[in-house]
Structure formats: C-alpha cells, structure tokens
Ligand binder design. Structure first.
Ligand SMILES: [Mn+2]
Length: 242
C-alpha cells in the first residue's frame, strides 16, 4: 500500500547531530512505501540562502540535500512549503533535491481527498508584531539586500534576530502564540476543505470541530527533538505521530 508523509519543524542544525541521524532514519524508513513527502516548513533551524549549497558554508547541510535527492530519485515526490526559519529555501534547493516548492497555502489531492497544507504561522493572527515582521522578511527587496551579505554575516544577523525574537516571545501570552480559531475557520471555508495539516506551533494535536455544520479536522505536526513527528496518510485515513 502506498502512503504519503507530512513533516515540519525539524529545525535541523549542524549543532544538533542527533536530528540529522533522526532525519536519515526517517527518510530510509519511508522510502520503500512513500508516494510523496510534504515538508511543511522549518526543516532548518535557519537557512541563510540557497547559494551556500555550492559554498563551504553549505557543507554541513549536504547530507540532508543528498538524502532528499536520493529519495526523489527513487520516485518519491517531495514538496516543500517555506517556514518562518527557512523562507530562503528557494529554486536552487529544489533543483538540488528534486523537490517542488509550493506556495504558502496549497490544496493538494490526497488519494482523492482535498487537503489544505501550510506551515501554520499565517494562522497566528493574534501575534500582530510577528505578522508585521513576517511581511517584512517576505519582501523581495529585503531578501535581495540580505542575500548580498556574506553567508557569515547573514548567519550573524539571523542569530541576533532570533535572540531578540526569543526574548520577546518569552513575554508573550501563550494563547497569542497559538493559531487563531477564526483564521483557521476562514481559510478552511475559503478553500472548501475538511482537513487542514500544518506545523509551526509545536503543539501536536488533532483538533476536530464543526464548520458550517460539517465535521472537520485540523492536524498539527510536532517539532523534532528526541523523537520525530509526522502525519502518515494512506488512501483511507491519516494518523499523527509525535
Ligand atoms: Mn515555524
């Protein structure tokens, strides 16, 4: 039986080799059975730009890229949605891995069922400051200027933004950092789906509720640490593991 997997929030970083091992094990495990793998953002703790793939700065990430390439070469379709940590994963990365870049929000066909997928940060509408920052970082001009810096300087800048964000996040109400239910309902209604799969919040759960009188489901992926987390789907059903 063929299957499809969804993952997000691995936050792969060379300083945490255990995550690299977990990723390799996961890829090998799904290879024989997978039709498709959807990576729903924050595969990396931070991605400074695709040009590092061809530079010494990208060397620590080559195992990941090679494992994805091997997976796609074996016939598994790989799709990538950018997260808030790796929105600079772009065309060169797709070329190197054989993956396909998807827009922030996509409705995909899962064995005949329409499923809405996204990273999930766009649902956190209560966090106004974050949404302003997000809009800024997604501007082409800002990205172009950033990419003109050396990879080392880009890393430094990213570290300082991350440091500040963590400081601010500590003082934010945990409810603000979760998805806004109205935003969830709006996007599910607009896309006419009964299943939404996303990550970002690191609050793995399956939420079932009624939308306009119909039962619908929101599956939230977990982040990776000691263990992996994924949604595994067959033609009949999807299951969350975390
Ligand atoms: Mn995220």
């Amino acid at each position: 039986m063929k299957k499809t997997w969804f993952i997000s929030d691995l936050h792969l970083d060379p300083s945490r080799p255990g995550l690299f091992k977990l990723f390799e094990k996961f890829i090998h495990r799904i290879q024989a059975e997978a039709d498709a793998l959807y990576i729903l953002g924050d595969l990396f703790e931070f991605w400074v730009g695709d040009d590092i793939i061809d530079l010494p700065a990208g060397k620590p990430f080559l195992p990941i890229i090679n494992q994805l390439k091997e997976l796609s070469d074996s016939g598994v379709k790989i799709f990538f949605v950018q997260g808030n940590r790796d929105f600079l994963v772009q065309d060169r990365f797709m070329q190197a891995t054989g993956a396909t870049l998807l827009p922030d929000h996509s409705v995909v066909d899962l064995y005949g069922k329409r499923v809405l997928i996204m990273h999930g940060d766009t649902l956190c509408t209560d966090d106004r400051a974050y949404q302003v920052m997000r809009a800024l970082f997604r501007m082409k001009l800002i990205q172009t200027l950033y990419l003109m810096l050396s990879p080392q300087r880009r890393s430094k800048k990213a570290d300082s933004v991350r440091g500040k964000t963590q400081e601010i996040t500590k003082n934010k109400n945990t409810k603000i950092l979760d998805v806004n239910q109205q935003a969830v309902e709006k996007v599910m209604r607009e896309n006419d789906v009964s299943l939404l799969i996303h990550g970002h919040t690191h609050r793995p759960a399956v939420h079932q509720f009624d939308l306009d009188g119909k039962p619908v489901k929101r599956m939230v992926l977990g982040d990776w640490g000691e263990k992996d987390s994924f949604v595994e789907c067959g033609p009949e059903a999807c299951e969350l593991h975390f």
